[in-house]
Design a protein. Structure first.
Length: 79
């Protein structure tokens, strides 16, 4: 279920709404008016790993170490 950002046309409140697939019109939590003004917002993309340049380990070393686990919580095994 996607999360959309709306602006209420009655009270001008901005809210984020988890939109269900049943198609029901979301309502403003402050005044109860139907939310019809959907705003464009920047998506937040999450991955399971820390983003770093290709070929670089989480600790900055050039070579990967042999012994797990990584003390920084990643998978580069530098200890």
């Amino acid at each position: 279920m996607p999360i959309y950002e709306y602006r209420c046309g009655v009270c001008d409140q901005r809210v984020e709404v988890l939109v269900r697939s049943d198609g029901a019109q979301p309502a403003c939590p402050d005044c109860g008016a139907p939310l019809s003004d959907r705003l464009f917002s920047v998506p937040n993309v999450l991955s399971g790993r820390t983003q770093r340049p290709p070929g670089q380990t989480c600790c900055g070393q050039q070579e990967r170490c042999d012994a797990p686990p990584c003390s920084c919580g990643d998978d580069c095994r530098h200890h």
